[in-house]
Design a protein around this ligand. Structure first.
Ligand code: AMP
Ligand code: MG
Length: 409
């Protein structure tokens, strides 16, 4: 018998988030911060533009000047300010982005100018400020530009660059040690004898860690032997923020992971009332002397079960660690294209394909839903969250569909 009470899925998720710490911040070069979460407010140290700049190619002039033909006294190209000033009766050739010369109050576009023999006249009624970008038009010095908690995207990277911010504080990405357990598990590519199977879990989980914004650390395949498992656990707790193992958490003779997790950490749940993925263990290990908290997730061995437990329980934790506040994927209401009959004693996540037709979402389950059949996940873009008690679902019935092809929002 599994010694742990069956924890509801909602309670399990609650326990995970309650015990998951936010990681500390690190400084990274701004253009390497894509997808990271800003840990502190970023204020502008300078105004943008930092100087009065021309918004057009043309002529910089004073505003209140009745002279018809003005003398062109020089050029101010975009770049360092030339030692030039403009007075009434004069004009300076200027390009877009160039600093406005002293004395200038407006820029007349070149299209409205007639230039001949060092003189220029305009078909333009000059007003102060014409085609001039004032200091701080985009950003004022001291302004809060990016608040803590913002997820850095291309526009944020551009803003950091324009503000000359070389480094930014962002939350660390969780390092996640991933290991597979089982005497029957072998590395893909190795020769296989009857009774052995290739390790798929470590690869699906490492890929999922990367997708969730974490850094996977492969700890390989560990046989069902106490000493080997102990070494692997020890190493991962030293090297990683999170340990995700798969296999060895049910009630088999050699299911040692569960026993070791109990010995190392505080178990918060050991069985979840979900299908698939019932034997899922979550524990924390605290090392107060190092101000450290490690998370351990013992996932089931069955490939679909381990991947779905990762998606529903581990992924939100990794995102919280990395500073995200949006932890869940969007859901939509979808109509079933066929009936579903089930036992309905646990919350169930069925893999399905979601399609939009006539302004409505329609969901079709991807074949046999056994917890070992990875093929049911390949090509699935949604998980149908089917509640306890709903035994017979009819064609056209509306269910909740989690969009696993969409980021959290
Ligand atoms: P266990 O939870 O260790 O009893 O494993 C349950 C089932 O999942 C068994 O059929 C295992 O062979 C299979 N399994 C366990 N680990 C893996 C893995 N890393 N990759 C693929 N299948 C696995
Ligand atoms: Mg096993």
């Amino acid at each position: 018998m599994n010694p742990y009470p069956l924890t509801s899925f909602e309670k399990a998720l609650d326990l995970v988030l309650q015990h998951t710490p936010r990681l500390d911040a690190e400084r990274v070069v701004f253009h390497e911060a894509l997808g990271r979460v800003l840990a502190e407010d970023v204020h502008a140290t300078e105004s943008l533009p930092p100087f009065q700049a021309s918004a057009m190619d043309g002529f910089a002039v004073t505003a209140d000047d009745p002279t018809e033909w003005r003398e062109v006294v020089g050029n101010q190209w975009a770049g360092p300010a030339a030692a030039l000033a403009v007075s009434p009766g004069q004009a300076i050739r200027i390009t877009t982005g160039a600093p406005l010369p002293p004395g200038a109050e407006a820029v007349v576009p070149v299209e409205y100018a007639e230039e001949t023999g060092g003189q220029v006249r305009f078909d333009w009624a000059v007003k102060p400020g014409d085609n001039v970008r004032p200091v701080g038009e985009d950003i004022a010095a001291g302004q809060l530009v990016l608040p803590a908690g913002v997820v850095i995207g291309p526009a944020e990277i551009g803003l950091l660059a324009s503000m000359n911010r070389l480094h930014v504080p962002v939350y660390r990405r969780p390092v996640v040690a991933v290991l597979s357990t089982g005497n029957e598990i072998v590395e893909p590519g190795a020769p296989i004898v009857p009774g052995q199977i290739c390790d798929s879990n470590r690869y699906t989980i490492m890929a999922s860690v990367t997708q969730a914004g974490g850094i996977p650390l492969s700890l390989g395949i560990v046989p069902d032997e106490e000493a080997a498992l102990r070494r692997a656990f020890d190493y991962s707790l030293a090297q990683a923020d999170v340990l995700v193992s798969s296999g060895g958490v049910s009630m088999g003779e050699r299911d040692l992971s569960r026993v070791l997790i109990e010995e190392w950490g505080t178990v918060h749940f050991g069985q979840v009332k979900q299908k698939p993925g019932r034997p899922t263990v979550f524990a924390t290990v605290d090392r107060p002397e190092f101000h450290l908290r490690r998370l351990i997730f013992g996932l089931p061995g069955f490939p679909v079960a381990s991947l779905l437990s990762f998606e529903n329980l581990v992924r939100p934790a990794l995102r919280h660690m990395a500073g995200h506040t949006r932890l869940f994927r969007p859901t939509v209401k979808a109509r079933l294209t066929h009936p579903i009959r089930r036992k309905a004693t646990r919350i169930e996540f069925q893999r399905a394909r979601l399609e939009q037709r006539d302004g409505e979402w329609h969901a079709t389950v991807t074949g046999l839903q056994t917890s070992g059949r990875l093929l049911s996940l390949a090509g699935a873009n949604t998980l149908l969250r089917l509640p306890i008690g709903a035994k017979h679902l009819k064609t056209g019935e509306v269910v909740t569909a989690i969009r696993i092809d969409q980021p959290e929002q």
